[in-house]
Design a protein around this ligand. Structure first.
Ligand SMILES: [Fe+2]
Length: 497
């Protein structure tokens, strides 16, 4: 049974990859429509002959074959709904997207995901006010159809963010996170959604030694600090035991999520793995969070005159704001992205990395340097937490206009003070490159910057680098102390429409 499920999952992944190709998608749609029309005509003819013609002229189809035709029609409806949904997401013009989404909903009425995808498509590019209102209606309809689904909350939160309503966005992301990952041990009543989320589907865990090690260290820190009660101790021990076992077998070596856990191993940690166990969000500060002594006007002028556009800001935040963010990152069990090579874990705005202080910083920074950010909304934010000594993130550019990168771990953690920061290349990603080209295809990015000398910004706590997001950049080599509280953490804020 398990093998069959695994086979189905692999087949599905393979099919999804194929359908990324527009040619394949077009032909699949045609084939599905031809089959649908053929079966529909057969079913109607069959009904007609049974109802209106004498027995001698009935079509030679017995009731079982007829039922199979009806079942096949239902399956084709689902397939057509999915194919049109995919085609709508990929459509280049708004009209064609609208046509595809309308068909997707005719074939699978009431599918909340289709409403969400349609709304998201309306927000692509410079969406008009009426497009945004339509998107909002679609998201709200999806929310109404499936109140315990996190996706409509996420989409509505992104819409709020685009409209500059960060407090509403923050509430939306909070709600979505709890619907997806459960309610934390220490959650405040106002953060708990009314809807009961569906039980998480237990999937095969492909993780990494880095993730197991991080979670074991984090649980230890939380229990030792009394942030979690002693009853979590067996869970921490299960992590430690699993880690010892894995390392003893020589498994999970190298980088990336190459550690496949057995059902028994999964069962030992599934109360914690991928769940919202503890969260320590920082509220909005009732005063300024940016360093009042820093000359942001001069930094703005330097950025605008620079070629490439880049500026370094030391002590960007008030020390207690930086400290508060560090505590949020160390205490919260939000480090769910373990699918990246290079020994680092990710936490994203729409998956736990969201607290009012972060939005306040993003908002205040935009106000402090209006010429740099040009009123652009915050588009995304995330944080990465690293092992003490690994390779970090390869050369890439990000899909936004302005990128703010800053570090929050104390300088004493950095054993090689000249490094540990960011390498920024004086080369922008070409305009005709798509997201995959400039963000995922490291070899292509490396070729684009070949022979170019990067600007090295060394690591410092509370140091920010603000730069044109299309500039290629990479994590510099780093060597930090091997302690949980001294892990390198960098935060990225992306601004753009
Ligand atoms: Fe980046």
């Amino acid at each position: 049974m398990k093998t069959l499920r695994e086979f189905g999952r692999r087949l599905n992944q393979k099919l999804a990859r194929r359908l990324e190709d527009p040619g394949w998608l077009r032909w699949s749609l045609r084939l599905a429509w031809i089959s649908f029309v053929f079966l529909a005509v057969t079913a109607v003819a069959c009904c007609f002959s049974y109802l209106f013609l004498p027995v001698s002229q009935h079509l030679p189809i017995n009731i079982w074959v007829f039922l199979m035709i009806v079942a096949a029609l239902r399956l084709l409806c689902l397939a057509l709904g999915q194919l049109h949904d995919r085609a709508g997401r990929k459509a280049l013009d708004a009209q064609s997207a609208e046509r595809h989404f309308s068909w997707a909903l005719r074939m699978t009425p009431g599918d909340p995901d289709i409403y969400c995808h349609w709304g998201r498509r309306l927000m692509v590019g410079s969406a008009s006010e009426s497009d945004r209102q339509r998107a909002r209606d679609l998201f709200e309809r999806a929310q109404h159809l499936q109140p315990a689904d996190d996706l409509p909350y996420v989409e509505l939160a992104y819409l709020e963010l685009q409209q500059g309503n960060w407090r509403e966005a923050s509430r939306g992301f909070d709600m979505a996170y709890r619907l997806r990952r459960g309610v934390a041990w220490n959650d405040l009543p106002e953060r708990i959604p009314n809807e009961t989320p569906a039980a998480p589907i237990v999937q095969a865990i492909d993780t990494s030694v880095s993730k197991l090690n991080h979670d074991a260290q984090q649980l230890n820190f939380l229990i030792q600090g009394n942030y979690l009660p002693q009853r979590f101790k067996p869970l921490m021990q299960a992590y430690q035991e699993l880690l010892r076992e894995t390392l003893g077998q020589g498994r999970g070596q190298g980088h990336g999520p190459n550690l496949h856990l057995s059902a028994d191993q999964q069962a030992r940690i599934h109360y914690c793995y991928g769940r919202n166990v503890l969260i320590a969000p920082v509220p909005e500060f009732p005063r300024e969070v940016l360093n009042p002594d820093f000359d942001f006007e001069a930094a703005e002028a330097a950025y605008l005159a620079g070629e490439p556009q880049l500026v370094v800001i030391d002590q960007m935040l008030q020390p207690d704001a930086c400290e508060a963010l560090l505590h949020f990152c160390q205490k919260s069990t939000i480090w769910h992205d373990d699918q990246r090579p290079g020994g680092y874990l990710g936490a994203y705005m729409d998956d736990g990395f969201s607290c009012d202080l972060l939005y306040q910083i993003a908002h205040d920074l935009r106000d402090a340097m209006p010429g740099v950010f040009k009123g652009l909304p915050l588009k995304h934010m995330w944080a990465y937490k690293y092992d003490s000594r690994r390779e970090g993130i390869g050369i890439h550019a990000d899909g936004a206009s302005v990128n703010v990168n800053f570090w929050i771990t104390p300088d004493s953690a950095n054993l090689a003070p000249e490094t540990g920061g960011l390498l920024i290349y004086p080369e922008r990603a070409p305009e005709d490159w798509n997201f995959h080209d400039y963000n995922q295809d490291t070899q292509k990015a490396e070729a684009a910057v070949a022979g170019k000398e990067p600007i090295r910004v060394s690591y410092a706590q509370n140091r920010a680098v603000i730069f044109d997001s299309r500039l290629f950049h990479a994590t510099d080599k780093f060597h930090f102390r091997d302690e949980y509280l001294l892990r390198r953490i960098n935060i990225t804020l992306l601004y753009g429409s």
